[in-house]
Design a protein around this ligand. Structure first.
Ligand code: GLN
Length: 232
């Protein structure tokens, strides 16, 4: 307590990129999800309200909205990477993720080898770790603006397969409208971890976020929220 306020204007403003279920998505006119719930814990500790802004995904790489002061932190199921660390500071990790390669049955792809052999059209969300992974495997994926757009591209046959964070497709795959899509092979163990980011040098807010995450892990709140939003 005391000293320089961690957030100004009495609000903790979060930049995100919608939709990214189950981390942040709209439900009943409100933005909800696992990330939202965790950041609410930070806001509660700071005795302010969280306000959420939907911003371009590119912002998370450059930290533009953090640097301009439009947002205090970014929460977007965002993977901590060395490249991003050049522009923003990350909290301690709060989630472990893998990538999934999804294909549709109508594409005729049944194995990983088919993706190359059949010259399949691959899709990914622009600027994501899924896109980087596809490129590192020698693909030139079609870039979509959001996870929603990637999955719609797969459903409508614009692309035959997509690389995308597994947690975001877990729910989508259960929808009967998406029954033609399936996870090809094993999930790709990229070892990635999600973190919340703050403007470089905003150590006070970063420390407040780290404390909220650690406290939630210690007192069972994290597990409760995990079960609520992610699953058993
Ligand atoms: N975890 C992935 C990344 O950081 C995707 C995040 C997202 O699409 N919101 O690139």
């Amino acid at each position: 307590a005391g000293g320089v306020p961690v957030v100004e204007k009495g609000k903790l403003t979060t930049c995100t990129h919608l939709p990214y279920p189950p981390f942040q998505f709209e439900q009943g006119g409100k933005v909800v999800g696992f990330d939202v719930a965790l950041v609410d814990l930070v806001a509660k500790d700071l005795e302010v309200e969280q306000k959420i802004l939907d911003t371009p995904f590119e912002n998370f790489k450059t930290g533009a909205f953090l640097n301009s002061g439009e947002c205090d932190l970014a929460a977007a199921g965002m993977t901590i990477t060395d490249e991003r660390k050049k522009n923003v500071d990350f909290s301690v990790p709060y989630f472990d993720a893998t990538q999934a390669l999804l294909a549709t049955r109508k594409s005729g792809i049944t194995t990983l080898a088919d993706v190359e052999a059949k010259g399949a059209k691959l899709g990914a969300q622009a600027g994501t770790t899924g896109e980087s992974h596809a490129k590192s495997e020698g693909f030139d994926p079609v870039a979509f603006e959001s996870s929603d757009a990637v999955l719609n591209g797969l459903r409508t046959g614009q692309v035959d397969a997509v690389v995308i964070d597994y947690p975001v497709v877990q729910g989508w795959l259960k929808d009967k409208d998406n029954a033609d899509a399936f996870v090809l092979g094993q999930n790709i163990e990229t070892g990635e971890q999600y973190g919340f980011s703050v403007k470089k040098g905003n150590d006070a807010l970063r420390a407040a976020i780290d404390k909220a995450i650690r406290d939630a892990k210690a007192d069972g709140t994290y597990d409760k929220l995990y079960r609520q939003w992610i699953g058993p």
